[in-house]
Design a protein around this ligand. Structure first.
Ligand SMILES: [Mn+2]
Length: 411
């Protein structure tokens, strides 16, 4: 049986206001071709199919077209899709009855039994071969939110303890059901302990749920492969080759520009993992960070001037992040940069400004001194702290004018 593991598609994401449908569409076309070419029997999608809980109709259409096209070309393929923290669990699950008839399993949320316990049967999916015999059991647990799990008391981290317990409970069930020659897989959308979160350090894409990390030993040694989602950099977890993040197929932020994007392909024979390899995904729109380090504006403009000239079609031009080091205010910054790249084959996505280190010795006033503070004093201090020099007279004068005008209006 051949399996392909992917996650964190984030269909519908805007990249600094730019629409990414072309990139997502090309990835999904590529994925269908890859599934056909590699003769994949089982596709695992470990959460964050969509970028937000209320995806646009065009995003939903893209997703269902992918499911339909892939099922048409590979009539025997089975798919398991779990919800991530970006997905709406109920929205993702809505077409469940329809999809199950095409061997597509969607696990968005936990179901409860009559006595309110988690229905762990629903988190265990039997996968059959072409002759209709069960050959593996997949533990499929979506992203867990507060209130999704039974709270375990008297432990330092109830979230972690509950998630670990749930994986153990479903594993136990799988182990009871499993017969000779069958094996167990697991899926999850979570933040594992000690992972490389490069790509999430960026303030544009802060990590969700990163406070409570799940140790790799939550996944029993007898699970042949654990397919994780949530962290965008592809990697193994806890030093274990068979516990992995597939990574996101397209970069979600500029801090992801350095690493390759991939899917994982696995092959299982009897109850053993016999083959595992990463398949690199072609990138349609590259990310460009210029210059490598933050530099003074004049150097930056020189650098931008060297960029290749615009071709007719600028629709898929690289996304550009410009990195500037400023030692004073520069109100024309955006204008100057936009002018410099007017005829260049790039699309400006972000201007990242670093200010030269100011003096740190400006004291913060205490509450009881608030009455005595003057706006102009605060302005002077902030300027000194930001730019490490006194305010130029012209700027001080402009500030006074604005201040006086504001105060006169107030009265
Ligand atoms: Mn996520």
């Amino acid at each position: 049986m051949k399996i392909l593991h992917t996650a964190d598609w984030h269909i519908g994401q805007l990249f600094h206001e730019y629409d990414r449908s072309d990139e997502h569409q090309q990835f999904l076309y590529w994925l269908t071709e890859t599934l056909v070419l590699q003769e994949i029997d089982l596709l695992l999608v470990s959460g964050d199919v969509f970028d937000n809980a209320n995806p646009a109709a065009s995003s939903i259409k893209m997703f269902y077209t992918f499911l339909h096209e892939t099922s048409k070309r590979l009539p025997h393929i089975q798919m398991i899709i779990i919800a991530g923290n970006h997905d709406s669990a109920s929205r993702l699950e809505a077409p469940k009855p329809l999809l199950e008839s095409s061997n597509i399993h969607i696990i968005g949320m936990l179901e409860r039994t009559e006595n309110h316990a988690i229905n762990i049967e629903k988190l265990l999916i039997p996968i059959k071969n072409k002759t209709n015999d069960i050959i593996l059991w997949c533990i499929a647990i979506p992203y867990l939110r507060m209130g999704d799990y039974a709270t375990i008391e008297n432990v330092s981290n109830p979230y972690t303890a509950s998630v670990v317990q749930l994986y153990q409970d479903v594993f136990q069930l799988a182990n009871q059901k499993k017969q000779a020659g069958q094996c167990i897989l697991a899926m999850g959308h979570l933040h594992a302990a000690n992972v490389d979160i490069q790509g999430h350090s960026d303030k544009d894409r802060p990590i969700m749920g990163g406070v409570e990390c799940i140790p790799a030993n939550a996944f029993h040694e007898d699970i042949v492969y654990t397919a994780l989602g949530h962290i965008h950099k592809a990697q193994k977890v806890g030093g274990r080759e068979n516990v992995r993040y597939s990574g996101s197929p397209i970069p979600m932020s500029f801090s992801e520009h350095q690493y390759k994007h991939q899917v994982m392909m696995l092959e299982i024979k009897e109850d053993k993992l016999v083959n595992m390899k990463a398949i690199e995904i072609p990138i349609l729109v590259p990310l460009l960070r210029l210059p490598k380090q933050h530099e003074k504006l004049e150097n930056v403009l020189d650098e931008l001037a060297k960029l290749p000239t615009k071709e007719n079609e600028n629709k898929l031009a690289p996304y550009l992040e410009v990195r500037v080091l400023l030692d004073g205010p520069e109100p024309a910054l955006r204008h100057l940069i936009e002018k410099a790249i007017e005829n260049k084959q790039v699309r400006l996505a972000k201007i990242d400004v670093q200010k030269q280190q100011g003096k740190e010795n400006t004291t913060i006033e205490t509450f009881d001194k608030l009455d005595t503070l003057k706006p102009s004093d605060i302005f002077s201090k902030i300027y000194l702290k930001t730019y490490n020099e006194e305010i130029p007279n012209t700027l001080q004068k402009l500030f006074q004018d604005v201040l006086e005008e504001t105060l006169s209006k107030e009265n």
